[in-house]
Design a binder for this molecule. Structure first.
Ligand SMILES: Nc1nc2c(ncn2[C@@H]2O[C@H](COP(=O)(O)OP(=O)(O)O)[C@@H](O)[C@H]2O)c(=O)[nH]1
Ligand SMILES: [Mg+2]
Length: 264
């Protein structure tokens, strides 16, 4: 989606960065949380000189909140938790992750262990390639989800392309890396799953460069997926059309709506 066509998708630039905030949304992820934080604690020292791990507990009803608080108490310098007393939705959880992040580079994955933390190295390496992109987004090399999800995803991708001109291979791939400057001045409105697309649409509108890198994806082995619940899809459809119609009606005003993604 940028003028980066001449640059190879994978990069052999060094993956190590100075300071990285890594966050993930967790909604009823008691079976994944501890393992994911352990994986991050083991991996991130080889990817960043300084890092923080932020779990966003989005009104979980299982033991996610309690486990997250314990992990933060055990690793006070590096593990932090944001709690939402009431569930806000995927986009709301990502927003809290962005707002809580303190470092110059911000990365997230999902909290369900469908990505390996070590694979964020593919994103950090690409960020440090010669063309110096502002944002690196993953695309799932072989998506490990049921067929029906792949059909939904294709339709969604096409709709984003037609109605927003968004040309990314995998809009919803939950492995993304941002330079803080790339997020400055970006305001978002969605609280649901449309946030990932909205963010890319708005970043692109500011002419910041977004490049893509392939990333392995694994089946969920614990907990249950909720990404294709009718309520989640309905909310994304409403947010999608809400943004599209408002952009047609009053483009500049619409771009000023919403909250700054980095917080007020
Ligand atoms: N914030 C938030 N996150 C959620 C919600 N439902 C799921 N998640 C998280 O979003 C990530 C992806 O969810 P998942 O159900 O695996 O969706 P899928 O991979 O699209 O099927 C996981 O980290 C979940 O914990 C929700 O209602 N709110
Ligand atoms: Mg998942």
């Amino acid at each position: 989606m940028t003028a980066a066509a001449a640059v190879p998708a994978e990069s052999d630039a060094p993956a190590r960065v100075a300071r990285l905030s890594y966050f993930f949304p967790a909604h009823d992820e008691e079976a994944n949380l501890e393992g994911l934080v352990a994986e991050a604690l083991e991996t991130l020292p080889s990817l960043a000189d300084t890092f923080e791990i932020i779990a966003v507990d989005d009104g979980s009803k299982d033991r996610t909140a309690e486990i997250a608080d314990r992990l933060a108490a055990e690793h006070p310098d590096v593990v932090r938790v944001v709690h939402h007393p009431v569930n806000r939705g995927y986009g709301g959880a990502l927003r809290s992750g962005f707002e809580a992040s303190r470092y110059e580079l911000l990365a997230f994955t999902d909290g369900d262990r469908q990505f390996r933390v070590a694979d964020l190295g593919r994103l950090t390496a690409r960020l440090q390639a010669e063309d110096h992109p502002d944002v690196v987004v993953g695309y799932r090399i072989r998506r490990a989800d049921p067929f029906v999800r792949i059909v939904y995803a294709r339709t969604y991708k096409l709709a984003n392309r037609i109605f927003f001109g968004l040309r990314v291979r995998d809009v919803d791939c939950a492995a993304k890396l941002f330079r803080r400057e790339a997020l400055e001045g970006v305001r978002v409105e969605s609280g649901g799953a449309f946030l990932s697309a909205e963010l890319l649409i708005k970043i692109r509108n500011l002419d910041r460069s977004v490049v893509e890198v392939g990333i392995p994806h694994y089946p969920r082995t614990a907990g249950s997926p909720t990404g294709a619940k009718p309520s989640v899809i309905w909310r994304a459809v409403k947010d999608f059309w809400g943004l599209r119609l408002r952009l047609w009606a009053a483009r500049e005003r619409t771009l000023r709506r919403g909250r700054p993604i980095l917080g007020a």
